[in-house]
Design a protein around this ligand. Structure first.
Ligand code: HEC
Ligand code: HEC
Ligand code: HEC
Ligand code: HEC
Ligand code: HEC
Ligand code: HEC
Ligand code: HEC
Ligand code: HEC
Ligand code: HEC
Length: 443
């Protein structure tokens, strides 16, 4: 803890004429406060106002910034003054002997915040639902461990993620830990090759995350159901999720995939081989939209890790692709036939409507992919094949009906034509007979 005497503390003000008077006044005030510590304790707020009004005037931004931003800080808004952190935690006096904290050393910051945040009884007075395990969790993180055991002060401490004097609740959209702002908060270090030099970890997490399905969902569409850095790494336990827990992390949201993956037995088999579950096929930071092409590429790269080419088990992904392809193909053909019939003016709207059910079967069979079993996928696809085959029958019937009607119309037209020709011939024949009769009678 760095402590200085009150005299040294104030001596940084450039001493001009007026300031000298001010300085004298302040020193007197401070000396007075030393004599009557209880008085200041009773008047904690006025002291903070003093800190603020003097600090606002200091030319060094490092010293004035805290006073400027503090009004927006949640601690200020609930009525806590500067000394709630810079005091010793009881005697609010600018006396080093009483524990006045200047800027706390980085390695002491968790303990400073923990004075309140690890004190359940104290915190309950403000918000009974607020957790009080942040400091304990922090010490289990890679950040906390390196700080404690290696005295590595370039890791994140509390104030790197919650900037001192501008700390806001996570639900505040302007907070550094509001989901949309988290990648930037972590990226300040993790995207900076200079800061991360010599540590042997990449600096591409934020860039990859930003272009992932999850990143686009959160950052472009503002959908907070997508995970962000701390969803997977923990708010305070920042660590790689670890091989076994990756599945749990992803499985919190993608429950069906995770359950199927478990039940296939491969969850355990992957872990035994140090393959990181879901991330083996989807990666972790640059997760891209899923596609059927993955079934082919993962057969080559993932299944072949353990299964032989000739082994039918390892070929299941290719077989699954076959099932999905033929379902898509069947649906396309049925739709084509029905569309054709509709264009010809046949009534097929019910059949077209029923064909929409095939998307349900497609979704369900895609959900079954993570069983790794073609039989399971085929089972889910079966109702889809039924729908498409019904639709195809209906379409074919409609087309046949159309042909039948067209042929019927042709026969009918021919019949009418013949009839008319017959009639015309008959009329003509009648007319010439009449003419002949007239000639007869006139001659
Ligand atoms: C009369 C003006 C004045 C008042 C009142 C004042 N300060 Fe300061 N403070 C300074 C000056 C000048 C410095 C820089 C010189 C130094 O570090 O000693 C400083 C430095 C600091 C620092 C940083 C020291 C470091 O480690 O670099 C902290 C923290 C601080 N003050 C907190 C407070 C708090 C909290 C209060 C109210 C209880 C307060 N100050 C009241 C003038 C003041
Ligand atoms: C919630 C705790 C908390 C409160 C309240 C608080 N500070 Fe601080 N302050 C800190 C911490 C932690 C640091 C060290 C920051 C760091 O290392 O980045 C600090 C650092 C400082 C510094 C040194 C800045 C620097 O960059 O070296 C000054 C000056 C300061 N505080 C003044 C104030 C003043 C004035 C107030 C009241 C308006 C105040 N603080 C309220 C926690 C607090
Ligand atoms: C003097 C006690 C005290 C100290 C020291 C303190 N806090 Fe707080 N903090 C509180 C209280 C009280 C709240 C308000 C809880 C509420 O009502 O939501 C709070 C709120 C917060 C919140 C917002 C929580 C939320 O969900 O609303 C964060 C983040 C936070 N503090 C971080 C810190 C950090 C980081 C430090 C150390 C630099 C620190 N605090 C030091 C008492 C303290
Ligand atoms: C690596 C970044 C990081 C560090 C370091 C960090 N926090 Fe947090 N903290 C977060 C994030 C992210 C959240 C927001 C969680 C959310 O969305 O609810 C958070 C939330 C909080 C909250 C709100 C309540 C809660 O638990 O969700 C408090 C209080 C808090 N942090 C205190 C601390 C304290 C005290 C320390 C130091 C021991 C600390 N934090 C260190 C990232 C960090
Ligand atoms: C102040 C800089 C800083 C900030 C901000 C920061 N980190 Fe870190 N982080 C580090 C450093 C330094 C390490 C140590 C790397 C090493 O030596 O292994 C580290 C380590 C990690 C590790 C362990 C990496 C490994 O495999 O060893 C994870 C995971 C991590 N940080 C996640 C986060 C997340 C998530 C956030 C934001 C919520 C964050 N960090 C914010 C500096 C930071
Ligand atoms: C969907 C979950 C998920 C999200 C979101 C996520 N990570 Fe990770 N992260 C992981 C997994 C899983 C690993 C471990 C990979 C391994 O062990 O091979 C990891 C590893 C890391 C590491 C260790 C070094 C490395 O690259 O392997 C760091 C640092 C890290 N993540 C930081 C971040 C940051 C910063 C963000 C936000 C931009 C973030 N992570 C978002 C799951 C996630
Ligand atoms: C906080 C919840 C959450 C977590 C944790 C999560 N995701 Fe997601 N993920 C989503 C949401 C929401 C979507 C977009 C909607 C959808 O397609 O399901 C998505 C989309 C995806 C997609 C693209 C789906 C598609 O339709 O193309 C894949 C692949 C994916 N996630 C894999 C993972 C993996 C692997 C992990 C773990 C490393 C993971 N997710 C962790 C919520 C989460
Ligand atoms: C062996 C490779 C592999 C593993 C391991 C794996 N997946 Fe998949 N995943 C795939 C393939 C292939 C698809 C593509 C489905 C398709 O054809 O659209 C997929 C699709 C997805 C989708 C999109 C589903 C949809 O409806 O489009 C999500 C979400 C997903 N996986 C999550 C996970 C989760 C969570 C885990 C871990 C529990 C996991 N995956 C493990 C290969 C894998
Ligand atoms: C980490 C090694 C490993 C990988 C990678 C792997 N498997 Fe397996 N798989 C096994 C082992 C070992 C068994 C035998 C399991 C048992 O009997 O418990 C097995 C069994 C199976 C079975 C059941 C066979 C039966 O006769 O019951 C199927 C199906 C299967 N795997 C498909 C796949 C597919 C598809 C992939 C690629 C997505 C894959 N596996 C990737 C190790 C692996």
């Amino acid at each position: 803890m760095s402590t200085r005497s009150p005299a040294a503390h104030a001596s940084g003000v450039s001493v001009s004429g007026g300031a000298a008077v001010l300085l004298a006044l302040v020193l007197t005030a401070l000396a007075w406060c030393l004599l009557v510590p209880g008085l200041l304790r009773a008047q904690a707020l006025p002291v903070s106002e003093d800190c603020v009004s003097c600090h606002l005037k200091l030319p060094d931004a490092r010293l004035s910034q805290p006073a400027e931003s503090y009004p927006n800080d949640i601690h200020s808004q609930i009525g806590l003054g500067c000394l709630s952190c810079h005091g010793s935690g009881g005697s609010d006096v600018l006396d080093p002997a009483m524990g006045f904290l200047h800027a706390p050393e980085r390695k002491n910051i968790p303990a400073l915040c923990g004075r309140c945040h690890s004190d359940g009884a104290f915190m309950r007075q403000f918000d009974p639902s607020l957790r009080t395990d942040q400091v304990a969790e922090y010490w289990t993180s890679v950040h906390g461990k390196l700080l404690r055991s290696e005295n590595d002060t370039s890791v994140a401490t509390c104030v790197d993620c919650h900037p001192a004097h501008d700390i806001r609740a996570p639900s505040d959209p302007t907070s550094s830990v509001y989901p949309k702002n988290v990648p930037q908060t972590c990226g300040r270090c993790h995207s900076d090759p200079k800061r991360m030099a010599g540590r042997g970890i990449p600096t591409d997490q934020v860039a990859k995350y930003t272009s992932s399905v999850h990143g686009k969902l959160l950052l472009e569409k503002g959908d907070v159901s997508a995970p962000v850095c701390n969803t997977c790494h923990g708010n305070h336990g920042a660590a790689p999720p670890g091989l076994s827990s990756v599945r749990n992390v992803c499985g919190n949201c993608h429950t069906v995939m995770a359950e199927n993956f478990d039940q296939s037995g491969h969850e355990r088999l992957f872990a035994d081989q140090d393959l990181p579950g879901c991330a083996t096929c989807h990666n972790h930071h640059d997760i891209q939209p899923a596609s059927d092409e993955m079934l082919v590429s993962r057969t080559e790269t993932v299944c072949r890790k353990c299964h032989e080419e000739a082994d039918t088990a390892g070929m299941q992904f290719l077989e699954i692709k076959g099932v999905l392809d033929s379902l898509t193909h069947a649906a396309d053909s049925a739709r084509e036939v029905l569309d054709h019939a509709e264009n010809l003016g046949m009534e097929v709207s019910t059949a077209l409507f029923e064909l929409q059910d095939v998307t349900n079967a497609e979704t369900r069979s895609r959900n079954a992919i993570h069983t790794f079993s073609a039989a399971a996928v085929r089972k889910e696809a079966a109702p889809g094949f039924e729908v498409t085959s019904n639709a195809l029958t209906r379409g074919d019937d409609a087309l046949a009906e159309h042909t039948y009607r067209r042929e019927g119309l042709a026969v009918f037209t021919l019949f009418v034509l013949l009839l008319m020709t017959g009639l015309i011939l008959k009329i003509r024949a009648g007319e010439s007979e009449e003419a002949r009769d007239e000639q007869h009678s006139s001659s």
